[in-house]
Design a protein around this ligand. Structure first.
Ligand code: ATR
Length: 283
């Protein structure tokens, strides 16, 4: 008797998501789709909008419903850290998480932002952090996540400058045992010169001017804004006017995604072609 051909039921794809508010313009689904294609490792990666007071519910529903992991973006990174049952050292140092994974029934948190920043600076922009004089502007969540990964590269000096000087002092004190970190107010930036100036304030994304004293630009540094696209332009054009090389944070976004992918799936995507495609608007 002629039977029907055997049908192998397709295995459901592993599911991931990025959660934020707003989320519609997130590039993460495109980046992860490119990683999946590059590695022939199909996954489903979607963007989920959580209400401002509803992050935990959305994240838990996704992970309890079989989702393997989530990336977390503004404004939920601290809540993501608090939601987790366990957290990596770098997430604990940042007090925030942009990465959650469901493992053995537990929710584990990590923070791949700082590693993404360092990878972009070193690999994509060819900057050496070892022995460098680095100015980190800002003392909020974005800056906090960057301090430990930067100090791990053994810079000669890391100066954290913030509008509210008390916040930068608190941040520097917290990491003092890990390297040569010091703090100052924005208008008291030391004038010996820097190799790298990092903007980790929220001024760019809020469309506010960030005025740095001329001392910040001594040494013709590489200027880097953790925001990307048009939001980063005012800071970067001010830097270029003072002779600095300038980069936005698009590479950091791609690199933190690659680090997330590696943690979830055990293989490291090649980031150069993905970053080039995004820059060309082809993604
Ligand atoms: P995030 O998590 O994005 O870092 P945050 O924790 O609210 O957000 O921190 C915002 C950072 O940007 C702070 O360092 C803030 O400086 P203050 O601590 O003095 O508020 C900084 N910031 C925001 N707008 C700024 C502006 N217009 N000029 C200078 N610094 C600014």
């Amino acid at each position: 008797m002629a039977g029907f051909p055997a049908v192998t039921p397709e295995l459901p794809m592993d599911r991931y998501a990025v959660i934020g508010n707003p989320i519609a313009h997130s590039l993460s689904p495109k980046i992860h789709a490119r990683f999946a294609a590059q590695l022939s490792d199909p996954v489903e990666y979607s963007a989920l909008l959580a209400p401002l007071d509803g992050f935990a519910g959305v994240a838990r529903a996704f992970l309890d419903g079989g989702g393997r992991g989530v990336n977390v973006t503004l404004p939920f990174k601290v809540e993501a850290f608090e939601l987790a049952d366990a957290a990596s050292e770098r997430a604990r140092a940042a007090g925030a998480a942009n990465f959650l994974a469901r493992r053995d029934g537990r929710i584990e948190a990590d923070n791949t932002d700082g590693a993404g920043l360092v990878a972009d600076l070193v690999v994509n922009l060819g900057a050496s952090l070892h022995g460098a004089r680095i100015l980190l502007v800002g003392a909020g969540g974005a800056a906090r996540g960057a301090v430990m990964p930067i100090l791990a590269e053994k810079p000669a000096r890391l100066v954290i400058a913030n509008r509210a000087a008390a916040r930068s002092r608190e941040l520097a004190a917290r990491f003092a045992a890990r390297g040569p970190v010091e703090a100052c107010a924005l208008d008291a930036i030391p004038g010996q010169g820097f190799d790298i100036v990092l903007n980790a304030t929220s001024a760019s994304t809020k469309g506010e001017p960030l005025v740095l004293p001329e001392a910040a630009w001594r040494g013709a540094p590489l200027a880097y804004d953790m925001a990307y696209g048009p939001a980063a332009e005012p800071f970067l054009s001010a830097a270029r006017l003072r002779g600095a090389r300038a980069s936005d944070g698009l590479g950091m976004l791609v690199e933190q995604a690659a680090e997330s992918w590696f943690l979830w799936r055990g293989r490291r995507p090649a980031t150069g072609e993905v970053l080039a495609a995004l820059r060309a608007g082809a993604a």
